[in-house]
Design a protein around this ligand. Structure first.
Ligand code: NAP
Length: 310
């Protein structure tokens, strides 16, 4: 089967591209690794996507986007694309489950949470360290939680975690949050939220579960260690310090900047003919659901034009 468009990634950019490609009667396929959603699947509440119902969650929004694309005939395949050959008229994608061919490709792999990078963090993922409040906050019911970061994600997710945890401390490397003022105000008014300013986590320790963490105050240089309450035995650490693009697959095949983001023109064209990029993986100034969807729509329309030889 030679698809008109192969879309790699099923976050908002990929799903919007699928919708537009399918509505244009192109034979399109959306590859999803785990399921629909991308980064937004781990977001508990979407307040800034125009028209999204109040309190709509990331997963519910993307589920509706997926259904909409399917209703117009977009194909979805659950496969992990691990190799690509993008030069030439026929693009070849190698997945763990098979090989696929397409006339055009839309790269919409998005990004993944950035780790703190301190000792103990990787070893204790899923054992107290988590990057997904929606997925894991429930495990910390009545326990203490530390959220790392000062952006929208850290502050919003910290508020969500207060529904479960006894106390949530936001650990931020500066003395001022980066999050939008409206989000900050809600956090400052939340009695369960405390702040550790000018502080970073230097090490996370535990034998099978997070048991303690070493904090450093960047202004005073003071190093302190927090150890889990004896009765609790453990506590949670949720880093929300930004994310990195998932672009290793395209290294040496598509131009990218030093951080791994893919530059495109206004029509989402990469430097490779017939290959487009959409969403958080692109070099851009605002990474939001609304901009990802817009990118996906433009990329699909441009893919159609490319096939028609315009
Ligand atoms: P972000 O805005 O880049 O914020 C990252 C935060 O982590 C910053 O406070 C940063 O500190 C801190 N940080 C970065 N590297 C660090 C390190 N190595 N150690 C300790 N702290 C570190 O990332 P985000 O919050 O994930 O948001 C990403 C994008 O999504 C943003 O454009 C955001 O507006 C958007 N977003 C929007 C919403 C919403 O509107 N509802 C929700 C979630 C995300 P500094 O402040 O000192 O740089």
């Amino acid at each position: 089967m030679l698809y008109d468009v192969a879309i790699i990634g099923a976050g908002p950019a990929g799903l919007a591209a699928g919708l537009y490609a399918a509505r244009a009667k192109m034979n399109c396929v959306v590859f999803e690794r785990l399921g629909e959603g991308g980064q937004i699947a781990i977001t508990n509440e979407i307040e800034n996507y125009p028209g999204a119902p109040e309190h709509s969650s990331g997963p519910s929004l993307t589920a509706r986007m997926g259904e909409q694309a399917r209703s117009f005939g977009a194909n979805f395949i659950k496969d992990d694309i691990i190799g690509v050959s993008l030069e030439g008229d026929v693009k070849v994608l190698n997945g763990k489950g098979g090989e696929y061919q397409a006339k055009t490709v839309i790269i919409a792999n998005g990004g993944k949470p950035r780790p703190i990078g301190c000792p103990g963090e990787t070893e204790l993922i899923g054992k107290g360290v988590s990057y997904c409040a929606t997925c894991d906050a429930g495990f910390f019911t009545d326990l203490e939680v530390f959220v790392v970061g000062g952006g929208d994600s850290a502050v919003e997710e910290a508020m969500f975690i207060t529904k479960f945890a006894r106390k949530v401390t936001i650990v931020h490397r500066r003395d001022e949050l980066r999050a939008a003022k409206s989000i900050q105000e809600k956090a400052f008014a939340n009695e369960k939220i405390a702040f550790m300013w000018d502080t970073v986590i230097e090490e996370i320790k535990g034998d099978g579960m997070v048991e303690s963490a070493v904090f450093k105050n960047l202004k005073t240089g003071e190093v302190t260690e927090y150890t889990a309450d004896e009765e609790d035995g453990t506590f949670g650490i949720f880093p929300f310090i930004g994310f990195d693009p998932v672009s290793d697959l395209y290294k040496g095949k598509v131009d990218m900047d030093a951080a791994g983001y893919i530059p495109t023109d206004d029509n989402m064209k990469t430097n490779v003919p017939g290959v487009f990029a959409a969403g958080d993986i692109r070099v851009k100034s605002l990474r939001q659901v609304i901009t990802a969807c817009a990118d996906g729509a433009i990329a699909a329309v441009q893919a159609e034009k490319f096939i028609e030889g315009h």
